[in-house]
Design a protein around this ligand. Structure first.
Ligand code: RIB
Length: 307
């Protein structure tokens, strides 16, 4: 395994979406039209969010992704560049839309998300090969599931073969080949994603512990389950939350992953990296939007210092 680095290089192989967020407490019935309260357009996608969070937390970050040849594609690449994320391996795919995500957020800050994958679904193992030099230089490779699953498996195998630390956020939840994802050093699901992986209910801490044990028995190594307002579980160990009153929880899981990757590759032990990620994720719920709600390193350190 590679040594830890003061400014870790994080490479995210994953999705970029445009988030179309409607704030509303009501949903139309079939054939009905109703008014929503408010709308926000923003840059999102689990991969892009994790990359931006890692950058804001002080990492050197590169993105491997595909966007569409529509209005959103060049804007997404510009957003990466403006935020200091290297987009040298983000390409525009002819004849395909960019990934988009219609999102609905209620007054409790809870979200419901549809994802139309568009160009994200065209990210292939050949793109990973094309980025092989970049990936070999990474302190940590981060993946999610809004790109083809074969590309995820291929990248995890690459990381394992080259001794590069890897993190899989198995989101959105779907059944996976556990033997393939056992190549990841860390698998970080939320409760519903843990259910999809294990086929068992995860409704409370005890069930999350049982699920985690089962996934370890099936060969997975570091299993960290994020529990929203209840913090996170690292194997059997509960890491308590940083308590806040959320406005919009969209992207909080991504904030967690990006900051965890930077802390871990920067030399923190798992327990501290998770506790720090809990703080960073909680801070992201205090403002509406996904990437727009992510805070900078000063605010994160100030909140962490208060622990
Ligand atoms: O995790 C939040 C993200 O999920 C949103 O940005 C949306 O694009 C979907 O990918």
């Amino acid at each position: 395994m590679r040594q830890n680095s003061p400014q870790p290089h994080i490479v995210v192989v994953g999705s970029a979406n445009i988030d179309l967020t409607t704030f509303t407490d009501q949903f139309p019935r079939p054939g009905e039209t109703i008014f929503g309260d408010r709308f926000q357009l923003g840059f999102g996608g689990k991969g892009a969010n994790q990359a931006v969070a890692a950058r804001l937390c002080g990492g050197r970050v590169s993105m491997v992704a595909r966007v569409g040849d529509d209005l959103f594609g060049p804007a997404t690449i510009r957003n990466f560049t403006d935020r200091g994320v290297d987009a040298g391996h983000v390409s525009i795919t002819p004849g395909v839309s960019s990934g988009v995500a219609p999102i609905f957020v209620d007054s409790a800050g809870q979200n419901r998300i549809f994802v139309v994958k568009g160009a994200n679904d065209r990210l292939t193992p050949a793109d990973v090969d094309a980025a092989a030099d970049l990936l070999r230089s990474a302190d940590c490779i981060v993946l999610q599931l809004e790109i083809p699953v074969e590309t995820v498996y291929y990248t995890l195998r690459f990381a394992r073969r080259h001794g590069i630390r890897s993190i899989l956020n198995p989101a959105p939840g779907q059944p996976l080949d556990l033997a393939e994802i056992a190549n990841a050093d860390y698998v970080i699901p939320n409760e519903t994603e843990a259910e999809a992986l294990s086929g068992r209910p995860v409704r409370n801490l005890d069930e999350a512990r049982a699920c985690s044990r089962r996934l370890h028995e099936r060969g997975l190594r570091g299993v960290i389950t994020t529990l929203g307002a209840n913090g996170a579980l690292w194997g059997d160990v509960h890491v308590p939350p940083h308590r806040v009153q959320p406005v919009d929880t969209t992207g909080a899981g991504d904030a967690f992953i990006g900051s965890f990757a930077v802390s871990l590759a920067g030399g923190c032990g798992e327990a501290e990296a998770i506790a720090r990620a809990n703080v960073y994720a909680a801070l992201s719920t205090l403002a509406p939007g996904t990437q727009m709600s992510f805070v900078g390193i000063e605010r994160w350190e100030a909140a962490w210092g208060g622990k």
